[in-house]
Design a protein around this ligand. Structure first.
Ligand code: PRP
Ligand code: URA
Ligand code: MG
Length: 205
């Protein structure tokens, strides 16, 4: 697991946590935080070297050897998708739609659009929140069933309970986050958290 504790990441997360932050400012802070999380998540990605000409001389250029598949988890993960795609323009994008049942806290799937074969592709799952971990485990199972073995969960906030569930699942996943918070409350919300990441971006449903 990688916790990105850069001061600029902390400042964006603080804006997201603050209950006074309106939807537009919340979306902007999440977009900026996403840039930092993706930047760190891709730090060790293999590169392909290609010779290029500058206006002055020949030199080595670099490109991603194997651009990842980006998978935002709807709704809240949509707020990370465009920024991640701007940083990795060669990436393909798949989509998973899940809504957590407020009583059982289990994810209810309503959408799935993923390539058939992910056996030699890295995958970045984008979702601001890792709470009980149920939504992330469901998503990574979908990916693993298609052969994915190199999966990174890029989340703004994680709860210890969700990290534990991912570890116990035995699924191939690394977590990149800006914070591991204290705990979940009785309603399954992260404490101190930031509330409902989908509602804060798009309004309540
Ligand atoms: O770790 P878990 O306990 O599964 O909770 C995390 C999930 O909850 C939120 O989505 P939500 O179900 O609220 O849907 P939304 O994005 O449409 O608001 C969040 O974006 C995660 O997908
Ligand atoms: O705190 C939480 C937990 C799950 N989903 C959210 O959006 N927020
Ligand atoms: Mg929600």
């Amino acid at each position: 697991m990688l916790v990105v504790e850069h001061p600029l990441a902390r400042a964006r997360l603080t804006t997201m946590r603050d209950a006074r932050t309106d939807s537009a400012a919340f979306r902007a802070a999440l977009q900026e935080l996403t840039v930092m999380l993706i930047y760190e998540a891709m730090r060790d990605a293999p590169v392909r070297i290609e010779r290029i000409h500058t206006p002055v001389a020949r030199t080595d250029g670099y490109a991603l050897a194997n651009p990842p598949l980006l998978v935002p988890v709807l709704r809240a993960g949509l707020g990370m998708a465009d920024q991640a795609h701007k940083l990795i323009p060669d990436a393909q994008m798949g989509f998973v739609g899940l809504a957590r049942d407020e009583e059982t806290l289990q994810p209810t799937p309503y959408m799935e659009s993923l390539p058939e074969d992910l056996s030699d592709r890295p995958v970045l799952v984008l979702d601001p929140m890792l709470a009980t971990g149920g939504s992330m485990v469901h998503t990574i199972r979908l990916l693993a069933n298609r052969g994915a073995t190199d999966v990174t969960a890029v989340v703004a906030l994680a709860a210890p309970e969700g990290i534990r569930l991912l570890e116990e699942s035995g699924l191939p996943v690394r977590v990149v986050t800006a914070s591991v918070d204290e705990r979940l409350n009785d309603s399954g919300y992260i404490v101190p958290g930031l509330g409902d990441a989908g509602d804060r971006q798009y309004g309540s449903v």
